[in-house]
Design a binder for this molecule. Structure first.
Ligand SMILES: N#CCCn1cc(-c2nc(Nc3ccc(C4CCNCC4)cc3)nc3c2CCN3)cn1
Length: 308
């Protein structure tokens, strides 16, 4: 019987990856919902004495539009990334019962940037906001060096490791830019909110490092708005467009507004230099936007102002 498995060319060359045994993975609580997946806090406790590590375990939600192939690609992506500003891959768990694979990652104790800002807003100064911005920028610079486009850069996908360290997470929509092209064109519009999307991503479904730069500008706005729900990008855009408009015409309204040079208003008490960085990220033509390495310099420069 010619079993397909033995014909697979690389069956012996499977890269070394940590396999976590499901029987030692102790569920503790639900941490959140990402793109088409849910994330749980578990303790991996082979000795059964609660000395094991806390880990964040993501599994595909079967009812979502994402396919197993998308989830396998997400696992492939995150396991190839090694950067202090990107959430770390720990391994996979084959859950025999549900015939599905689970992604095991490092657990970041402070949760998403949004929850952190709500809780610690009082003692987060401008310098700390710029430190977080610079770390996200470094993570994106690394991602770009690997030819990945994140496609869902938003404060909800930034996790807080400590009071002085944030990391980029959720690579469910991440794509690789082909070597002969500058952008990735998706086939159908995704579920992600258009309020973080560059105009060319909304109108032509084109995603590139420069569309990630646009989203980085939106994340800067979220940071300097302390992720205040009343000032979040979706709320501000809908206030401008009118809440009677339903998507998909919402997207068309938004692109036309952006064409007419409307942009999100500067957050209150936002340093002028930081607002200027946001505006550069929001240049209508993608080639007029700065690269992540230029953004790094602009942010360092703003940090110097805050020191005086
Ligand atoms: N990104 C993205 C979207 C999907 N998603 C990813 C995670 C995630 N959360 C954590 N940590 C974490 C999360 C929430 C809390 C809350 C709990 C309720 N009270 C307030 C604090 C605390 C700690 N660590 C992670 C992950 C992925 C890898 N490591 C959660 N949702």
């Amino acid at each position: 019987k010619n079993d397909g498995f033995w014909r697979r060319p690389n069956m012996f060359k499977k890269q070394q990856q940590d396999v976590f045994e499901e029987r030692y993975l102790r569920f503790i609580s639900i941490l959140g919902k990402g793109n088409f997946g849910s994330v749980e806090l578990c303790r991996y406790d082979p000795w059964g004495d609660n000395t094991g590590d806390l880990v964040a375990v993501k599994e595909l939600q079967s009812n979502k539009q994402a396919t197993v192939a998308d989830f396998q690609r997400e696992i492939q992506t995150i396991s190839s990334l090694h950067c202090d500003y990107i959430v770390k891959y720990k391994g996979i768990c084959y859950s025999t019962g549900r015939l599905s694979t689970k992604l095991v990652m490092e657990y970041l104790p402070y949760g998403s940037l949004i929850g952190y800002m709500e809780k610690h807003r009082q003692n987060v100064c401008t310098r700390r906001l710029l430190l977080f911005a610079s770390q996200i920028c470094k993570g994106m610079e690394y991602l770009q060096s690997m030819r990945y486009v994140h496609r869902d850069l938003a404060a909800r996908n930034i996790l807080v490791a400590s009071d002085t360290l944030v990391k980029i997470a959720d690579f469910g929509l991440t794509k690789i830019i082909p070597v002969d092209k500058e952008y990735y064109r998706v086939t159908q519009p995704g579920e992600s909110p258009v309020f973080w999307y560059a105009p060319e991503s909304i109108s032509e479904l084109k995603f590139s490092h420069k569309s990630d730069v646009w989203s980085f500008g939106i994340v800067l706005h979220e940071l300097f708005s302390y992720c205040d729900i009343s000032r979040n990008p979706k709320r501000l855009c809908i206030q401008k467009i009118g809440s009677y408009v339903q998507s998909p015409s919402m997207a068309i309204h938004l692109v036309n507004l952006l064409k007419d040079n409307w942009r999100l208003p500067a957050p209150s008490q936002c340093p002028p230099k930081v607002h200027s960085i946001m505006m550069q990220c929001w240049e209508f033509n993608s080639e007029d936007r700065p690269s992540f390495s230029t953004l790094q310099d602009l942010i360092e420069n703003s940090l110097l102002d805050e020191r005086e």
